[in-house]
Design a binder for this molecule. Structure first.
Ligand SMILES: Cc1cc2nc3c(=O)[nH]c(=O)nc-3n(C[C@H](O)[C@H](O)[C@H](O)COP(=O)(O)OP(=O)(O)OC[C@H]3O[C@@H](n4cnc5c(N)ncnc54)[C@H](O)[C@@H]3O)c2cc1C
Length: 388
């Protein structure tokens, strides 16, 4: 049995990043990957354009029981480091919205660049890790192929969402073997099923706002057959929405004023006619319902009620369902970070055991934050593993 300094489980963003960093320190490394190809989620990322990082990456853009945990890795590996790495690889990045970088050459070019960095390292594909045990100071890794051993193990097995790309829960099982707590996993960065949104609106996209407690998110909202999707719903889904959300379909517009003014300027128009200046026709009709009165005939108190139907659509928490694990870009939950060193990614419960990427209870906002977390935590784990 060949012995390695570091065995990395998972050839995703975090695992490959860890492998590169460990190799730079002259460690003997192997990467075990259950799939036939590496980095399948990177390949699918950003709609094939890979939203590689975000310069706004800081603890406020991450969620979980202990989001402050990200500070350690992000202070060591920033979004600017990733941009520099990409530039060094001649990848052409474009900042599509402030801070949010995509790869013009496509996600496959990012994977190619990652694979260049790990050239020469032993990567075992179709190698499904079944368990990890530890003798006094050596880890024994059992797979469907061979048994491997190493001084350190980096668990970079990702989350369990989007299972069409091939996922497993082995990371959580390994963590549990060594006494780690797992924060229950749920879908995140996904659409929301909301029964009282009519399916007739499906396909319409508007700029809207969602309030979650004191947090206000503004982005594009897509009505779907079962509720809402698009970036705004995705961003809401990663946050704590069990107490409900409030949707505003016309943010930044004083809707009451618009309707009251219309009484004088367009008194013979009905609510639908007026709202279609601001909202798609089907949405305006949904808001107006059966109300066909001329706006001039509507009392101010009723106008206030109509405005509320637009700007204050209250969806209680028990009416929202996260629209499934299979379509969620990430999970929220995972290995509890309170038992992992934020400086090294090493387990506090088992020397030589490290974690990297999404397998930990860190969920980033939409916009390149999850890959940034995978790159940063992977690199930090790779810089510290194999020292025993
Ligand atoms: C469709 C889609 C689009 C996305 N777009 C973006 C984006 O543009 N920007 C962004 O920041 N984030 C994006 N994300 C999220 C991001 O891709 C992930 O958060 C990130 O890839 C996680 O990296 P990771 O290395 O931790 O895990 P993964 O990339 O999931 O890698 C884990 C690896 O471990 C392997 N593995 C699992 N179990 C075993 C086992 N038992 N034995 C051996 N190997 C195993 C898996 O096969 C996989 O290769 C997207 C996600 C999806 C699904």
């Amino acid at each position: 049995m060949k012995q390695y300094d570091v065995i990395i489980i998972g050839a995703g963003a975090a695992g490959l990043s860890a492998a590169t960093a460990a190799r730079e320190r002259g460690k003997r490394i192997a990467v075990l990957e259950m799939g036939e190809t590496p980095a399948r989620k990177v390949m699918a990322s950003g709609g094939g354009r890979c939203n590689i990082t975000n310069t706004d990456a800081n603890h406020t853009r991450y969620f979980g029981e202990n989001p402050n945990f990200v500070r350690g890795a992000l202070s060591r590996v920033s979004a600017y480091d990733i941009i520099e790495w990409a530039n060094g690889k001649k990848l052409s990045l474009v900042e599509k919205t402030p801070g949010r970088y995509f790869c013009e050459n496509g996600a496959s070019a990012v994977v190619e660049a990652l694979m260049n960095d790990v050239r020469g390292i032993d990567i075992f594909y179709n190698t499904n890790v079944k368990s990890v045990q530890k003798t006094t100071d050596i880890f024994i890794i059992s797979t469907n192929q061979n048994t491997f051993c190493a001084k350190s193990v980096i668990v970079a097995t990702g989350g369990i969402s989007f299972d069409g790309l091939g996922v497993s829960d082995i990371g959580y099982k390994i963590a549990k073997t060594f006494g780690h707590k797992i924060i229950p996993v749920r879908p995140a960065l996904c659409a929301l099923s909301i029964p009282n949104i009519p399916s007739e609106l499906a396909g319409i996209s508007i700029d809207a706002e969602i309030k979650i407690g004191k947090t206000k998110l503004c982005d594009s909202l897509l009505f779907t057959h079962f509720g809402i999707g698009g970036p705004l719903a995705y961003r809401a889904s990663v946050r704590d929405i069990h107490n409900g959300i409030v949707i505003n379909l016309m943010p930044n517009i004083d809707v009451q004023n618009v309707l009251r003014d219309a009484k004088h300027t367009s008194g013979k128009k009905n609510v639908t006619n007026i709202l279609t200046q601001y909202l798609p026709n089907r949405v305006a009709k949904w808001i107006a319902g059966n109300d066909t009165r001329n706006i001039a005939d509507i009392k101010d108190t009723d106008i206030a009620k109509i405005a509320t139907r637009i700007t204050n659509i209250i969806i209680p928490g028990d009416k929202i369902k996260l629209h499934n694990m299979a379509s969620a870009e990430i999970v929220r939950g995972g290995v509890d970070t309170r038992e992992i060193s934020s400086k090294t990614m090493e387990s506090m419960l088992c020397r030589g055991l490290f974690f990297a990427g999404e397998v930990m209870d860190i969920a980033g906002d939409l916009g390149g934050f999850n890959l940034q977390w995978a790159w940063a935590s992977g690199r930090v784990a790779g810089q510290n593993a194999g020292n025993i």
